[in-house]
Design a protein around this ligand. Structure first.
Ligand SMILES: *[C@@H]1O[C@H](CO)[C@@H](O)[C@H](O)[C@H]1NC(C)=O
Ligand SMILES: *[C@@H]1O[C@H](CO)[C@@H](O)[C@H](O)[C@H]1NC(C)=O
Ligand SMILES: *[C@@H]1O[C@H](CO)[C@@H](O)[C@H](O)[C@H]1NC(C)=O
Ligand SMILES: *[C@@H]1O[C@H](CO)[C@@H](O)[C@H](O)[C@H]1NC(C)=O
Ligand SMILES: *[C@@H]1O[C@H](CO)[C@@H](O)[C@H](O)[C@H]1NC(C)=O
Ligand SMILES: *[C@@H]1O[C@H](CO)[C@@H](O)[C@H](O)[C@H]1NC(C)=O
Ligand SMILES: *[C@@H]1O[C@H](CO)[C@@H](O)[C@H](O)[C@H]1NC(C)=O
Length: 455
């Protein structure tokens, strides 16, 4: 039995500093009577995993710095000022810094990835314009487009396009800024951040634009815990199947009409693979990614591979895969014998726009679940559905998402992560019982503490 005195000694560690932040939510309203002594952002994010952004808080503005690793490596500052408070003097910041009033209420996106982050924060209601709208696979943004809540950016009439951009406060992009929109474009780096949990933490980056720091920290904590729970079961498996993420590049005017095959060394795929209990195969011992113009040399290289994730953009069927890789169905490869050939087009829109470039960038616990389904399916429930990664060797179909699949029709309802709750899984969770005892003990202690504080 722990004495109440010991519990009270514990109290400072239990309640600060995290507890001090909770309940102190950053304002959704414009400030009416500015007071220079007030901290308008009591809830602050703490960057744990992401490598390519950081946030510095002042009392009424925040400086969000984004690193781009696309050569030449560069940084850019976004100065986010609480609405109704004075914008700091531009001379304090680097040339080209972009000034934004927060919380943002009118946004455009010229990339598909920001959509998934904005939707998980429950701020689809701020999204007014989307470019390449035919490739948007988010069911709720498709719903928004059909119901004129979101407008597709005009492509031909550039006068109209400029008027559309003028109607929003921020333009989210994953590459450069469109001419004339430089001073409102936010160029993000989530797809360059080199790890699955790094990518998920960009929820916190997006949250700074909406003053939703606390929600975002809660979301990333949930994703991280769920990810780590899956990882724990997967890396405990003694067999480590060999997995490669490969592509075929068809001959075209861009490559002197020469076909080639590549094996991706991308760090986030490597981390997902090893965290799924696989051996990641990059096909080279050098620092240069493995690329082949000779199909025989490529096939010889992938001989040890048990599982292929085919990242080729076109060619969705197993027969296309065999043609593209110059293979016959009975060729002597383990990934063929095992029926272990996967593609990332398990969730697409009617135009084949892949949700892999949307929700899979943020919901990395669900992505790990999909990779585990390919590597160690025995640790998941038997009928676990696939999300983005489908098995073409077993004829798993593309799941076509339309507006009818929007389950959060209210544009301020957050879109929910697709992952299973790992701790609820009945399979391969030997420590689940002891965990719930621990949790029970902790909540009992917290309950006692709450009672003690009330006295
Ligand atoms: C900032 O940009 C302006 C115009 O492009 C230029 O005249 C000025 O020298 C730049 N200042 C710095 C500090 O680079
Ligand atoms: C282009 O858009 C502008 C602004 O909305 C409009 O005034 C103009 O008539 C449009 N031009 C054409 C050719 O439709
Ligand atoms: C951005 O530039 C436009 C002109 O191109 C100007 O009207 C607007 O005030 C500028 N906005 C900011 C926040 O500097
Ligand atoms: C974040 O999580 C804490 C702890 O579970 C909870 O008290 C708080 O209400 C949550 N805040 C938001 C905005 O979701
Ligand atoms: C591939 O992995 C090996 C180690 O297994 C490493 O030495 C090499 O640098 C990697 N190559 C690339 C392109 O990542
Ligand atoms: C496909 O493989 C055969 C041998 O099996 C070879 O003769 C042919 O050149 C290869 N095709 C390509 C496009 O590399
Ligand atoms: C999308 O909605 C259709 C019905 O409109 C349903 O059959 C299908 O299972 C849904 N897909 C997903 C992935 O939820």
């Amino acid at each position: 039995m722990i004495s109440l005195g010991a519990l009270l000694l514990l109290a400072p560690f239990v309640f600060s500093p995290v507890a001090a932040q909770q309940g102190a939510i950053n304002s959704q309203d414009c400030v009416q009577n500015y007071d220079a002594n007030v901290d308008y952002f009591p809830s602050k994010i703490h960057v744990d995993d992401a490598a390519l952004f950081k946030v510095h808080y002042e009392k009424n503005y925040k400086v969000v710095t984004v690193v781009s690793t696309v050569p030449p490596v560069s940084t850019k500052d976004y100065i986010l000022t609480q609405c109704g408070t004075p914008v700091p003097d531009a001379s304090k910041f680097a040339n080209g810094s972009v000034f934004v009033s927060v919380p943002v209420t009118n946004a455009a996106t010229i990339a598909t990835t920001p959509i998934a982050f904005i939707e998980m924060l429950g701020r689809r209601n701020t999204l007014k314009l989307a470019d390449t709208e035919n490739l948007v696979s988010s069911p709720c943004v498709q719903y928004g487009l059909e119901n004129n809540q979101v407008i597709g950016l005009e492509d031909k009439n550039l006068t109209l396009r400029a008027e559309q951009f003028a109607s929003v406060d921020v333009v989210f992009s994953s590459y450069g800024a469109e001419k004339g929109t430089e001073n409102k474009t936010v160029i993000t780096s989530e797809v360059l951040d080199p790890g699955p949990l790094n990518r998920a933490e960009w929820l916190e980056f997006y949250s700074t634009f909406f003053n939703l720091e606390e929600s975002a920290q809660n979301l990333t904590a949930t994703i991280n815990n769920n990810y780590n729970c899956f990882k724990k079961s997967a890396i405990a498996q003694t067999t480590k199947p060999v997995i490669a993420w490969t592509s075929y590049i068809a001959p075209s005017a861009y490559n002197k009409n020469t076909a080639s095959w590549t094996i991706s060394p991308a760090p986030y795929k490597q981390i997902l693979s090893t965290d799924a209990g696989a051996t990641f195969f990059n096909g080279t011992s050098t620092a240069t990614p493995a690329t082949f113009e000779d199909s025989a040399a490529f096939l010889e290289t992938i001989k040890p591979v048990d599982i292929i994730i085919d990242e080729t953009m076109s060619g969705a069927a197993m027969s296309d895969f065999l043609t593209n890789y110059n293979l016959t169905a009975d060729a002597d490869f383990k990934f063929l014998k095992n029926k272990a050939v996967y593609r990332q087009d398990g969730l697409v829109n009617p135009n084949d726009g892949r949700e892999w470039f949307g929700s899979a960038v943020v919901q990395n616990d669900a992505v790990l679940q999909d990779v585990i389904r390919a590597v160690h399916p025995q640790i998941l429930p038997a009928d676990v559905p696939y999300n983005w990664i489908r098995n073409i060797a077993k004829n798993e179909a593309k799941q076509v998402l339309t507006a009818a699949n929007c389950t959060a029709k209210d544009a301020s309802t957050p879109v929910v992560d697709r992952a299973l709750v790992c701790s609820n899984m009945k399979v391969s969770q030997p420590s689940a019982a002891s965990k719930s005892v621990m949790a029970g003990t902790l909540s009992a202690i917290l309950g006692l503490l709450a009672a003690a504080m009330a006295l």
